[in-house]
Design a protein around this ligand. Structure first.
Ligand code: NAD
Length: 372
C-alpha cells in the first residue's frame, strides 16, 4: 500500500526528530548500559568533527558531550570563523580548527585520534582518505560513499594506514533494533522471510540531497539505505538478487538527476524477500519482519528518538537513549581496548553494492544478481 502524502512539506530534520518533539532537551539524557559507563581511568578518545552542518551540530555534538569516552578536540570546517566559535564554546584550542584543504595537518595533532566525517556523501571518500592518511581512525556517515569503487579505496586507505574505519549506522545502538537483531539471531520468530517497510519524507525545497553531484543519488542514498540495512539485519544475510522500479516523478523540476521515489524487492538465499520503498515525496518510516512463528514491527523505525515497536506478543517499550552516544562510546572503547569496532566499513560497502544493484535494476528493468 502506498503511504499517504501529507498536505504540507515536512523537513527531513523535523521528520527524523519529530517523534522526540515535546521532550525537553534535559530529558533526552542517555541511559548508558553499565558496560559503557565503566573504566573512568580510560583516557578519552579525542574526536574531530569534519563538517559542522545540521547532523554534526544538532545530534553529534550533544552525543559527544554526553559521552563517557570521547572529547571534542577540533573541527574541520569551511568557515574559520565558525570553527573559532566552536573552539571557544567547546573548549579546544583555535589551532585545532582546520579547513578541508588542511586535513593533512591532523597528522601533527596527536590528541586528535578519531575523525568523524559528516559532509555530503560525494565528499566522504576524499575526507575519509585524508584523515586516514593523517594516521587517524575514522567514522564516516552513511552512505559510506557514492560508489563501491570509492568504498574500496577507503577500505584500502584504512588498511594501508593500519587504522579503523567505521560507518555511522547509529541504529545498531537503539534498543528496538537490538531487540530485532536479537530475535533474528536467536530465531525467536523463525527466520524472517517476509520483510517490508521503507523510509521517505517530503522534501519541501531543493537541497544538496537532491543533487547527484553531492548526494550520489536521491532518497535511496539518504534514507532508503536504512531500510535495506535493516532487512539485512533481520535476514541475518545479504541479499543475493533484487529487482527495482523507479516511480514516475511528480516534481521533476526538483529531482532533475536523481530518483524521487523507488520500490525494490530483495531476495535472500533462503527464499526470504524484502519489499522496500524510499521517497522524497511521501512520508514513511517503518519496518516489519515476519517469520513462521511471529513478527516484529517498528514504526517509527529509523528516527533518532521516540521509536515504537511491537511484536505478535504485544508492544515493546524501552528507555530513551541517544543512539549516537552509545555508538560513539562503543567505538571509543573498541579503539582503546583493541577489540573489533562496531559498524565496520564492510557494512557500508555491502550496502553500496546493494544500492548500485538497485540503480542498475531500476535503469534496465532487469533482475540483478549481487556480487559482493
Ligand atoms: P548539512 O548540509 O546540514 O551539512 C553538511 C556539511 O558539509 C556542512 O557543514 C557543509 O558546510 C559541509 N560541506 C563541505 N563541503 C561541502 C560542499 N561542497 N557542499 C555542501 N556542503 C559541504 O547535511 P547533514 O544533514 O548534516 O548531513 C551530513 C552527512 O551526515 C551526510 O552524509 C548525511 O547522509 C549524514 N547524516 C546522517 C544522519 C544519521 O542519522 N546517521 C542524519 C543526518 C545526516
Amino acid at each position: 500500500m502506498l503511504p499517504s502524502r501529507p498536505s504540507n512539506g515536512l523537513s527531513r530534520r523535523r521528520f527524523l526528530a519529530r517523534a522526540s518533539s515535546g521532550l525537553a532537551a534535559t530529558a533526552a539524557a542517555t541511559l548508558l548500559p553499565r558496560a559503557l559507563r565503566a573504566a573512568p581511568e580510560m583516557r578519552r578518545v579525542g574526536i574531530v568533527l569534519v563538517g559542522l552542518g545540521n547532523y554534526a551540530t544538532r545530534e553529534l555534538l550533544p552525543a559527544i558531550q554526553e559521552s563517557q569516552h570521547l572529547k571534542l578536540v577540533g573541527v574541520v570546517t569551511g568557515s574559520a570563523e565558525k570553527g573559532r566559535t566552536w573552539a571557544r564554546e567547546h573548549g579546544f584550542p583555535e589551532r585545532n580548527v582546520w579547513s578541508y584543504a588542511e586535513m593533512a595537518r591532523l597528522a601533527d595533532t596527536p590528541e586528535a585520534e578519531l575523525v568523524y566525517v559528516v559532509t555530503p556523501p560525494a565528499l566522504h571518500a576524499e575526507h575519509t582518505i585524508a584523515a586516514l592518511r593523517a594516521g587517524k581512525h575514522v567514522i564516516c556517515e552513511k552512505p559510506m560513499a557514492v560508489s563501491v569503487a570509492e568504498c574500496d579505496q577507503m577500505i584500502a586507505a584504512a588498511a594501508a594506514a593500519a587504522r579503523s574505519l567505521a560507518i555511522g549506522y547509529r541504529l545498531h545502538f537503539d534498543p528496538y533494533h537490538q531487540e530485532l537483531i536479537r530475535r533474528a539471531r536467536e530465531g525467536t520468530d523463525g527466520p524472517y522471510v517476509a520483510m517490508s517497510g521503507g523510509f521517505g519524507f517530503t522534501m519541501a525545497r531543493k537541497v544538496w540531497r537532491a543533487e547527484r553531484a553531492l548526494a550520489g543519488g536521491g532518497p535511496l542514498m539518504d534514507v532508503g539505505i536504512y531500510a535495506l540495512h535493516e532487512a539485512c539485519l533481520a535476514a541475518q544475510a545479504n541479499p543475493i538478487a533484487l529487482t527495482a522500479r523507479e516511480r514516475p516523478k511528480k516534481r521533476p523540476d526538483l529531482f532533475v538527476d536523481v530518483e524521487e521515489a523507488l520500490d525494490w524487492t530483495m531476495e535472500f538465499a533462503n527464499g526470504g524477500r524484502a519489499e522496500l520503498f524510499t521517497s522524497y515525496a511521501d512520508n514513511m518510516n517503518r519496518f516489519r519482519a515476519e517469520g513462521s512463528r511471529g513478527w516484529i514491527e517498528l514504526d517509527p523505525a529509523y528516527s533518532y528518538r521516540g521509536l515504537k515497536g511491537r511484536t505478535h506478543e504485544g508492544p515493546l517499550s524501552y528507555p530513551l537513549v541517544r543512539q549516537q552516544t552509545l555508538h560513539l562510546d562503543a567505538l571509543a572503547l573498541a579503539l582503546r581496548q583493541g577489540t573489533p569496532i562496531p559498524t565496520p566499513a564492510a557494512l557500508g560497502r555491502r550496502d553500496m553494492v546493494i544500492v548500485e544493484g538497485i540503480y542498475a535494476s531500476a535503469r534496465t528493468g532487469r533482475r540483478v544478481t549481487l556480487q559482493y
